[in-house]
Design a binder for this molecule. Structure first.
Ligand code: SF4
Length: 410
């Protein structure tokens, strides 16, 4: 049985490197022009090349999202963009629009094409259609259940099936939604969703603009559109048995901490499962603990077992849980003096208890005994991106992350 691929989000170059180092087999990125996540930082052409080289030197792949629904004017620059990305080393293009598909086939016929989840592929016939015209992989719609995915994998051979296994759920049909465009002028269909489906709504009468009448679907409030996030780490065997070859983690807009923690948790889960199923089962609490290091909503299993019912909704406006701050990232480590150079991301101080999440899967807790900045002893590191040195009890490496419990924030 082949190990499934872990496919992690990479909204910028730092997240690409984080994903690769924390165990992703492949990452997906967007360029500046034709990706659906236009508000994530995305990649310039030079950064894309650096990202490809970084991943390829470690035998990892990079897929480039070109999943915009193209307008006429997009085709003026699209061929050049695809040509540049192909020549720089893209391993695949993620596409939803047949016009973009045609251009990619013409300009870069040797680069694989993955059909985006935005194309809403929900049946074996549609999978066959895309396969017959040259797609090598389908990112199935999130709305399919295990039974349907299994049937597709049995009926259509020689095509890879990719499914989301972790991250935010969208309550519209595979991302097709006008809510964000209507309320915040940021179109979900052009990658700019501001997630207004999570807002807490009330009714106001036009002549009394400051009086809000709560909408109460039941005694707990209203929760029409506020979905829990997807988490399938407890169901690795079911995902594999359904024939899914790529496990996709959602979240190109999310933090490096989220990318590292989620990638590392799924890496460990899959590796444990292939080593020994019992070991995997026993370690499930560890994977869940690692996922909890990054902020998230509550979790559900999406559509895999059955269409989400009311248990998949969040019943309050406060949907995000953030237990840890991303305090800093390791730049370097001197084994002789056991000193780590850290780049600050959130304030930390002498006396704080911090935890290191390491790229090799280890984690450990320690108290900060000292901080030096420019060889001067200081009590805290208050400035964003400030470079300081601290003593660390166990070896660390570049890109290991230092986190701090929110309750112990200095
Ligand atoms: S507003 Fe909500 S439902 Fe609409 S696209 Fe954004 S996440 Fe999906």
């Amino acid at each position: 049985m082949k190990k499934p691929e872990i496919l992690s989000p990479a909204g910028d170059l730092e997240k690409l490197k984080t994903a690769v180092l924390y165990g992703a087999d492949a990452v997906y990125i967007g360029g500046r022009n034709f990706s659906l996540r236009s508000r994530s930082k995305n990649f310039s052409n030079e950064q894309m090349k650096e990202g490809f080289d970084f991943a390829h030197s470690r035998q990892k792949k990079v897929y480039v999202a070109v999943n915009v629904f193209a307008r006429n004017s997009d085709f003026d620059t699209l061929p050049e963009y695809i040509d540049t990305a192909a020549k720089a080393g893209a391993d695949a293009f993620i596409i939803s629009d047949p016009g973009v598909f045609a251009v990619a086939k013409e300009v870069a016929p040797k680069v694989d094409i993955h059909i985006s989840t935005q194309a809403n592929v929900t049946s074996f016939k549609t999978v066959e259609f895309w396969k017959n015209i040259g797609a090598s992989r389908i990112v199935l719609a999130r709305e399919l259940n295990f039974e349907e995915i299994t049937e597709i994998s049995k009926k259509v051979s020689s095509i890879e099936l990719e499914c989301f296994v972790h991250g935010a759920m969208c309550v519209s049909y595979s991302g097709r939604c006008i809510l964000s465009n209507a309320l915040t002028a940021r179109s979900g269909n052009r990658g700019e969703c501001s997630q207004p489906c999570r807002y807490e709504y009330a009714i106001a009468e036009s002549t009394r603009p400051n009086e809000y009448f709560p909408i109460e679907e039941d005694s707990r409030g209203s929760y029409v559109l506020n979905s829990k996030d997807l988490r399938m780490i407890e169901y690795i065997p079911e995902l594999i048995n359904a024939g899914i070859s790529s496990f996709k983690i959602e979240g190109r807009m999310k933090t490096p901490l989220y990318v590292g923690a989620a990638t590392s948790a799924y890496r460990q889960a899959i590796d444990d499962y292939f080593e020994n199923e019992q070991k995997y089962k026993e370690n499930i609490p560890q994977y869940i603990d690692k996922l909890s290091k990054a902020s998230s909503r509550d979790f559900c299993t999406g559509f895999y077992f059955a269409p989400p019912d009311e248990s998949a909704h969040i019943y309050s406006g406060k949907s995000y849980v953030r237990s840890y701050d991303f305090a800093g990232i390791v730049l370097d480590y001197d084994n002789a003096t056991k000193t780590a150079e850290i780049e600050q991301r959130n304030k930390f101080s002498v006396g704080d208890e911090v935890e290191f999440l390491c790229t090799d899967g280890r984690s450990f807790v320690q108290k900060i005994q000292n901080i030096t900045a420019n060889d001067v002893s200081v009590q805290s590191a208050p400035h964003p991106l400030q470079k300081v040195k601290i003593n660390v009890c166990c070896p660390v490496a570049p890109f290991d992350m230092m986190i701090k419990s929110v309750s112990s924030s200095s």
